[in-house]
Design a protein around this ligand. Structure first.
Ligand code: DX5
Ligand code: ZN
Length: 216
């Protein structure tokens, strides 16, 4: 399948967010990635459904919402109403993960399951049949601009082999520290969707150049 770029706006310039998103869209990103942080599950706070709804008006691209929050069930309807197309939740903080994924599906959205770098890939196997994608974190979530953890590559390979062996229609997304050097490594291991934040939005050579080097 085609490799896709999901642009994380976390480190975009929010004083001109619309033009940043439009520049990313024009440069060829496939999805817009929204990082939702609550200061509890991760040590940072980002933004909520109100900003997500504004982003929805700024682009026609699919919106990929990554919930890094302690009570995801409480906010799935709000982010669905705000126009998310894809919603992913972490496996680590959730004692009732099947219920949470059902909740995403009931809202008519594609469901994804996310695992932190310290979580073994087997932790998501009980729900692999329920999700459209698995998001493998290649940094500890909370901040943009961190370095890619190479240990993530083995997890991507292992998951890719499992999905192939079971002939499942599940995509592998990777998030954290993706740039022109690390993207090919993750792609070789089996990732298909690449979340890219600071490499696109804080690139000194600009957004079009960033996308050209990622696509190359
Ligand atoms: C980290 C977020 C990522 C991050 C990506 O908590 O989930 O989406 O913002 O940013 P970069 O590409 O800068 O690592
Ligand atoms: Zn993310």
């Amino acid at each position: 399948m085609k490799k896709m770029i999901s642009a994380s706006i976390l480190n975009a310039d929010f004083s001109c967010l619309e033009s940043q998103i439009q520049a990313a869209e024009k440069a060829g990103v496939d999805w817009i990635h929204l990082d939702i942080m609550d200061g509890h599950f991760v040590p940072n706070i980002s933004f909520g459904p109100q900003i997500a709804a504004m982003v929805r008006k700024m682009t026609s691209l699919p919106i990929d919402t990554h919930l890094m929050i302690s009570n995801p069930d409480q906010f799935i309807a709000a982010f669905s109403d705000a126009g998310a197309d894809y919603i992913s939740v972490h496996v680590e903080n959730n004692p009732h993960i099947h219920r949470t994924i059902q909740n995403i599906l009931k809202n008519g959205k594609h469901a994804g399951i996310v695992l932190n770098p310290g979580t073994p890939v087997q932790a998501i196997y009980p729900v692999l049949h329920m999700v459209s994608y698995v998001l493998i974190m290649s940094v500890n979530p909370g901040f943009g601009g961190q370095s890619f953890l190479p240990e993530s590559l083995d997890k991507i390979s292992e998951l890719s082999a499992k999905i192939k062996a079971e002939k499942r229609d599940v995509l592998i997304e990777v998030d954290g520290g993706i740039n022109a050097e690390t993207l090919p490594l993750a792609a070789k291991a089996g990732a298909e969707i690449f979340v890219v934040g600071s490499y696109i939005f804080t690139n000194p050579q600009g957004i079009p150049h960033a996308m050209q080097t990622l696509k190359a």
